[in-house]
Design a protein around this ligand. Structure first.
Ligand SMILES: [Zn+2]
Length: 244
């Protein structure tokens, strides 16, 4: 079969779309994670393991795991970074721009090519091939190219929204086309537009100096991230009953 990344005919591995460290809080606690949809019709489902699909050859899989491993260490410790925890932001400095940005691109791209129903809301059109090329050539692009805005969702002042996943979907933020993911307690908002460089908060995208600004959003005040928590609440899914 053809590898989706290098396009060579090779044996394909059972690749994950979302790295498992994003499920870690629930793996630790309950050994399962919750899949939520903001649509009221779709029932909340539980899955035991990260969703997998035959997508990549061994070599491409190795490449993606190396950047995943780097990002995992940014979040969970193991690489030298500077973190300042401000009132409304968490600022991370000394990130390896290339590795972290390629990781972000890989999440978007993998979700776009996935045939799994969970990722049906991510349809990249011509961006799919552009992202594949960037990944294949290990070219992270400019910070505004497929820039990703990260927001940590706090349910209250200090309580982080944790262990939930939401089906990624398409939304418009200030007129920009975006795909919205909820991973590891953060909203990852990918800007998929030619005009990203005009976005007024583009300094929040990871920059080439390795600085990433993660905004803190209280769920009930959440405007920019356009209220996925409110959507979940409306759908009656914010109070999770783990015994369900
Ligand atoms: Zn390959």
């Amino acid at each position: 079969m053809q590898c989706h990344l290098c396009l060579q005919e090779k044996d394909l591995k059972n690749s994950h779309i979302i790295p498992e460290f994003f499920y870690k809080p629930l793996y630790d606690g309950l050994h399962r994670f919750t899949v939520l949809s903001t649509s009221q019709e779709k029932k909340t489902k539980y899955r035991q393991k990260g969703m997998r699909e035959k997508l990549l050859c061994y070599d491409c899989e190795q490449f993606l795991s190396s950047i995943e491993d780097y990002v995992k260490r940014v979040f969970f410790g193991g690489v030298k970074i500077r973190i300042s925890n401000e009132k409304n932001f968490i600022i991370i400095e000394d990130i390896d721009y290339k590795k972290f940005k390629l990781f972000q691109l890989s999440i978007l791209w993998r979700s776009g090519i996935s045939k799994l129903n969970f990722f049906s809301g991510v349809s990249l059109g011509p961006h799919e091939e552009k992202l594949r090329e960037m990944l294949f050539k290990k070219n992270p692009g400019e910070p505004y190219e497929y820039g990703c805005l990260l927001a940590m969702i706090l349910m209250d002042k200090d309580q982080v929204l944790d262990g939930l996943m939401m089906q990624p979907d398409f939304i418009k933020v200030e007129g920009y086309r975006c795909f919205r993911f909820l991973l590891g307690g953060c909203v990852w908002l990918f800007f998929v537009s030619k005009h990203n460089m005009n976005f007024k908060f583009k300094e929040y995208f990871l920059n080439k100096d390795g600085k990433l600004i993660i905004t803190k959003q209280i769920a009930k005040d959440n405007k920019l991230i356009t209220g996925f928590a409110q959507d979940l609440k409306k759908a009656g899914k914010l109070n999770i009953n783990y015994n369900q």
